[in-house]
Design a protein around this ligand. Structure first.
Ligand code: NAP
Length: 315
């Protein structure tokens, strides 16, 4: 066993704190990864604060760090092994990347291409693949109108990726506060969802809308922005159920779908695509003792655009 430094959540209402965790012995088909950086995903907060159902504690969050036959391991019918809070092959509970090392099965290791700095690469391993996969699946590319709802961690990468794929990209943000950033990241258009005129002006426009918002939205209003046969894909995972009027779908042949991260093969494809197009995450690197502050800032939409923990500060 390897004892490594980490940061842990012990209860939904307690701040995260330094700890140590045990990593399993490195078996014949395992790889020991030294973690340099780990992104803070909104999902880490939802897990740490038990928003998605009862969380088993203690839990070390962090899945923007590590490195089944169809290449869609995330949809494994026997249940996937989550980076943290999952059951590992030795029966223990997996613990995540707010930590200095992790042991993983060799099939679940990816290669970070030359040309992407490790701190900017860390968020690609969740936020990047979570947006790349639906953009590819629903055919974002030249001649396609793509909208991204929410310019946060996932949203800003969705904008960069959709732009690099050749689509015409629109950001739908709560306000115009981040408009300059959105346009710099590759958006062609930027609209505020707090302005009712947005929903009149853009009705029937988009082939694909990727919803990255972590809160409940008026789905019918947003579905109305889809063109005939367009699709709205939810990657945002609010704790509350969402509802919609099926006529928002039926009358224009629209689809409403969901998507979970991406498989390992597609994750490698995404990393290679990012290297080719010079795409990394926009980041603010923080020491481990700023994790709780960073959580509060993510919840206040005060992040430009991903906090990344420098794990050398975990000592
Ligand atoms: P984030 O950085 O907090 O970004 C979410 C963005 O949503 C915010 O920046 C904000 O953008 C917008 N937003 C926040 N509250 C809102 C509200 N009340 N109404 C409207 N818009 C609001 O979060 P993230 O890390 O990108 O994660 C986004 C969601 O994806 C989370 O629910 C996370 O759990 C989920 N997720 C899913 C997967 C998957 O596999 N499906 C993977 C990773 C994460 P504006 O300020 O521009 O409005």
């Amino acid at each position: 066993m390897l004892t490594v430094n980490a940061y842990v959540a012990t209860a939904a209402t307690e701040p995260l704190a330094p700890t140590t965790v045990e990593r399993r012995e490195v078996g014949p088909h395992d790889v020991l990864i030294e973690i340099k950086y780990c992104g803070i995903c909104h999902s880490d907060i939802s897990h740490a604060r038990s928003e998605w159902g009862e969380q088993v504690y203690p839990i070390v969050p962090g899945h923007e760090c590590e490195s089944c036959l169809k290449g869609e391991e995330q949809y494994c019918l026997k249940g996937n092994t989550l980076t943290y809070g999952g059951i590992d092959k030795d029966g223990t509970i997996t613990q995540g990347g707010y930590s200095t090392h992790v042991v993983v099965t060799e099939d679940f290791v990816v290669r970070i291409p030359e040309g992407i700095d490790l701190d900017e690469a860390a968020p690609l391993l969740c936020a990047g693949i979570t947006t790349y996969s639906p953009l590819r699946h629903w055919g974002a590319g030249p001649g396609k109108q793509v909208a991204v709802i929410g310019l946060g961690g996932l949203g800003h990468l969705a904008v960069k990726l959709a732009h690099a794929m050749g689509a015409e990209v629109t950001v739908l943000s709560q306000s115009l506060k981040k408009m300059d950033d959105g346009l710099r990241l590759g958006a062609d258009h930027y609209h505020a969802t707090s302005d009712p005129a947005t929903f009149e002006q853009l009705v029937g426009t988009f082939d694909l809308i990727v919803n990255t918002v972590s809160a409940k939205l008026d789905l019918d209003a947003h579905l109305g922005l889809l063109a005939v046969n367009g699709a709205l894909v939810n990657v945002g995972a609010p704790a509350e159920p969402l509802s919609l009027n099926v006529f928002s779908l039926i009358m224009r042949g629209r689809s409403y779908a969901g998507s979970l991260i991406g498989g390992i093969r597609e994750t490698q494809e995404m990393l290679d695509f990012c290297a080719e197009h010079g795409i990394g995450s926009e980041i603010e690197v923080i020491p481990a003792d700023k994790i709780n502050e960073a959580y509060d800032r993510v919840l206040a939409s005060d992040v430009r655009y991903r906090f990344v923990i420098d794990t050398s500060t975990l000592a």
